[in-house]
Design a protein around this ligand. Structure first.
Ligand code: UDP
Length: 471
């Protein structure tokens, strides 16, 4: 598309987590691709310093997208627990966000017409109202998780006692019923906690938004999407915009050449890619079990390894330490023909789209889930935290495009169980059906992104609505 002079300005904000920042940056790129009259400024809160992996992404942005970082909030002044750290970090950044927005509104040569905010930075919705601009929430998660958030005030009234003790599955319109135990623990474990109080307060603020943008597409979550749309029809107003799948196109090249070179020498669909997202890590015990399970499976693998339990690192992959030293003794020597282990980071979308990759052992982060679907790679689910259990339920029980690691069978050692599920996914009887289903979803995701596809049409409608505010 030819470059056009921008006529309107959009402001975007997120939370200091790589997967949220990277997803909304990619959303901006898609919006500009579909509608090139926008200029976009991302204003991101920071804790201590901008995330290195995000800074890498900024190197390849189009000239109409600009990114600034708010003055950092010191981590030492925040709670240790990650979710509460993010929430307070973002809250403390809101005065400087207001100042930046005010400056932009008074100096921008094009009118600021809309603001797009992360659901966890929704304090910005109130600020948008002060400036009389349209506001949208961008959910970088599934429609199911979005529904859970939107439905929470009702659940809070309907469900008595602790969610985790609830015997009956919890019903959210259009979603696979959820066991209380599978809800995101940080928020739902204890209803008297500050975390639960915080998320409930946040969801009550959602009604301030003029629309909800979800990074999903209807074939992926048909009944959930239908339920969301029905609610919208009863409101008589377009609120939900299904803008997905939004998938990484820029990349951090760390370990790229070693991974690609190794994959080039493998047979088609023979490699299991193993990764736990931008910040997930296992315990030392789990690292041992996974290593031995991979070895026992006899399957080729490419594993992105991080130090044990270092979720605090939040995207800092500067190789301060050496994760390889946490592998079981002799593992690297014994598996040198079978696998490749890289530290901290790998170019995930390139690996998933490589012809040698045939499976993905994943923590089920939403970006990883969509990236695997877009490449047609069957998954083994190993959720760690947040809403990842919900994504795993969608993949295993809903879409049936993978197998899960069941770590509770008494008859088998954990490494034997891991080896079994790897062999089942890569070589088992179920593989061809799983592959067929994921290929259909891959096709649907490609169609959604096509010029006349659902995602493109929805982004056009959104752009028209945003621009109408300039008049
Ligand atoms: N990612 C990557 N290389 C890595 C680890 C992660 O490129 O070694 C990217 C991955 O492609 C995805 C994002 O980081 O876009 C992780 O997001 P996700 O939602 O899956 O998980 P989270 O990081 O939020 O746990």
């Amino acid at each position: 598309m030819a470059e056009t002079k921008p006529t309107s300005h959009i402001v975007v904000t997120s939370i200091p987590l790589f997967s949220h920042e990277s997803s909304v940056i990619e959303f901006c790129k898609r919006l500009i691709q579909v509608h090139n009259h926008f200029q976009i400024t991302c204003i991101f809160p920071t804790i201590d310093a901008p995330i290195p992996a995000t800074l890498k992404l900024l190197e390849s942005l189009p000239s109409t997208i600009h990114c600034t970082f708010l003055p950092p909030i010191k981590k030492q002044d925040l709670p240790q627990e990650v979710t509460m750290q993010l929430e307070l970090g973002v809250t403390k950044s809101m005065p400087s966000f207001r100042e930046s927005l005010s400056l932009l509104c008074s100096t921008s040569t094009t009118p600021v017409v809309a603001i797009v905010v992360d659901p966890f930075a929704n304090q910005a919705l109130e600020i948008a109202k002060e400036f009389n601009i349209l506001s949208f929430m961008y959910f970088p998660v599934s429609a199911m998780t979005t529904s859970l958030h939107l439905h929470l005030p009702i659940l809070d009234e309907q469900v008595s006692g602790e969610y985790m003790d609830h015997v009956e599955p919890i019903e959210i319109p259009g979603c696979t019923p959820i066991r209380g135990q599978d809800l995101p623990r940080t928020f739902f474990e204890d209803r008297s906690s500050i975390a639960y109080e915080t998320i409930l307060r946040q969801t009550k603020r959602f009604s301030l938004a003029d629309g909800v943008l979800i990074n999903s597409f209807s074939e992926m979550e048909e009944s959930t999407v239908r339920a969301l749309m029905e609610k919208e029809q009863s409101n008589n107003k377009q609120l939900v915009y299904l803008v997905g799948p939004i998938i990484q196109t820029g990349s951090n090249e760390l370990n790229k050449s070693v991974c690609v070179k190794w994959l080039e020498n493998q047979r088609p669909k023979s490699v299991l890619y193993v990764s736990f997202g931008s910040r997930g890590s296992l315990s030392q015990e789990q690292i041992n079990e996974l290593a031995l399970g991979l070895e026992l499976s006899g399957q080729k693998f490419l594993w992105v390894l991080r130090e044990p339990n270092n979720s605090e690192i939040l995207g800092d992959h500067s190789a301060k330490n050496d994760p390889l030293k946490y592998l079981p003794s002799g593992f690297l020597g014994r598996t040198k023909e079978q696998g490749l282990v890289v530290s901290f980071w790998a170019p995930q979308t390139q690996i998933l789209s490589h012809t040698s990759t045939g499976g993905f052992l994943t923590h089920c982060g939403w970006n990883s889930t969509l990236e695997s679907i877009a490449s047609g790679v069957p998954m083994i689910t190993w959720p760690l935290f947040g809403e990842q259990r919900l994504n795993a339920i969608l993949l295993i029980e809903g879409l049936k495009v993978g197998l899960k690691v069941k770590l509770m069978r008494v008859a088998l050692q954990k490494e034997e169980e891991i080896a079994k599920v790897i062999r089942d996914l890569m070589l088992g009887e179920e593989r061809s059906e799983i592959e067929q289903r994921i290929e259909e979803l891959k096709y649907a995701s490609t169609c959604a992104l096509a010029e006349d596809g659902s995602s493109t049409r929805v982004l056009s409608q959104l752009a028209i609505r945003m621009e109408s505010n300039a008049k």
